[in-house]
Design a protein around this ligand. Structure first.
Ligand code: DCP
Ligand code: MG
Ligand code: MN
Length: 301
């Protein structure tokens, strides 16, 4: 909780020590303790100002952090090569199929640009990730999803295949990182193979029995598309899971655990493995003793 603010304050505390300002360092230390004990996620600098131990000057740092995503004083105090390394790692990790481990390995090998990485060392996904990089790093505007939805309906309605676009789009976000499609399984049909016949799909990156990771082209731009396949009885659990966000799912799961229940994208189970069926998303919340939250409300948790 409030880890972003605590990390920034910890860095500012160290900076004050280096600057020979022990009293100011102490002020950060007190604020960090207050933040650690604060029971909720702080949403604004105004809210932070109300917390005893956070004065005007510290609240203004939180304000800057919320507005710009960083504290300029901290950025300026850092050695240049450290900033450069962070920039390069961020670039590498923005490539599909590249995580922190590969990014660090590439940095250690002396690569600084995507062109520096030998093509022969890339996986098929990474190769495509670099080839389509300029498209894939773009956020997807909300109105484009209307088009995805229309095309998928055109394709799948005649076949009786039901789907919902989930993820950040369903949570009402103005832009999304990818397109998350939850599809309901049908007996005697290879549903995923059928779905990816739709003309928006261009590339497959990975596939499992009930999951597809790929790329599609909409309005002349390549986009990441994820498909999850759920059995009809799993749907309420699958839609809660795939709507997210991930932090909300973790909270739901740990909440279930308190009652010795196990929640996942397929169902809710007790310690003996008995499952608790649900008809709707509302049922899933109700069975956990939680008030229903609309998808838009789930980012706060
Ligand atoms: N999910 C999860 N845990 C993960 C990854 C995903 O619970 N480690 C769930 C919650 C996410 C959903 O799957 O909301 C879709 O995953 P995405 O990574 O596509 O995340 P979002 O759609 O929420 O955001 P973005 O706009 O970045 O795609
Ligand atoms: Mg998504
Ligand atoms: Mn996704």
């Amino acid at each position: 909780m409030n880890a972003t603010i605590i990390n920034a304050f910890e860095a500012l505390r160290k900076l004050r020590v280096e600057q020979g300002e022990p009293y100011r360092a102490r002020a950060y230390e007190r604020a960090i303790n207050a933040l650690r004990n604060h029971p909720t996620q702080i949403q604004s600098a105004e809210e932070a100002r109300m917390i005893p131990g956070i004065g005007e000057s510290l609240a203004s740092k939180i304000d800057e952090l919320f507005r710009t995503g960083s504290v300029s004083e901290l950025q300026m105090a850092r050695p240049l090569e450290e900033l450069e390394k962070e920039r390069v790692l961020k670039l590498f990790e923005s490539v599909e199929g590249v995580g922190p481990v590969t990014a660090n390995r590439w940095y250690a090998a002396g690569y600084r640009r995507l062109e520096d990485v030998p093509v022969s060392s890339l996986t098929a996904t990474q190769r495509l990730g670099i080839e389509l990089h300029s498209d894939l790093v773009q956020r997807i505007p909300r109105d484009e999803f209307l088009e995805d939805d229309r095309i998928l309906h055109q394709c799948l309605d005649p076949l009786g295949i039901q789907f919902v676009i989930a993820g950040s789009y369903r949570r009402g976000k103005e832009t999304s990182g990818d397109i998350d499609v939850l599809v309901i399984n049908r007996p005697n049909t290879d549903v995923i193979s059928t779905v990816i016949q739709c003309p928006i799909f261009t590339h497959q990156l990975g596939r499992r029995e009930k999951k597809f990771l790929g790329i599609g082209k909409i309005r002349n731009t390549y986009r990441r598309i994820d498909i999850e396949l759920a059995e009809p009885h799993e749907y309420p659990f699958a839609i809660v899971y795939f709507t997210g966000p991930a932090t909300f799912n973790e909270k739901m799961r740990s909440h279930a655990k308190q009652y010795s229940l196990r929640l996942n994208e397929k169902g809710l189970y007790d310690a003996q493995g008995n499952s608790y069926p649900a008809q709707t998303e509302q049922d899933v919340f109700a069975m956990l003793g939680l008030q229903y939250l609309t998808p838009e409300e789930r980012d706060k948790y």
